[in-house]
Write a new protein. Sequence first.
Length: 94
Amino acid sequence: MFDVTIRWFDVVGLFGVALTLFAYLALQARRMKGDGFLFPLLNLIGAAAILCPLVLGDFNLAPFVIESAWIMISLYGIYRAGSDTLAPKIPPAG
């Protein structure tokens, strides 16, 4: 049998998995825009939550690398969504 102990940071990690999967499902179901602010924000929170059990519990390099990259890409997406929203709208010439 398996000896399974679920710690608080495991629950945080599972929440991150659920949040990331929800965001991807919403994107595929066209309920969320991929170039908006919400999609990268949910991915950022999800990836950070997934990192919790990796940092506070049993470390595993491969998931640490991909979740860290996911955070960086999400930050870029949030930056792009913000800069697109805040950029002045220039009407086309003509």
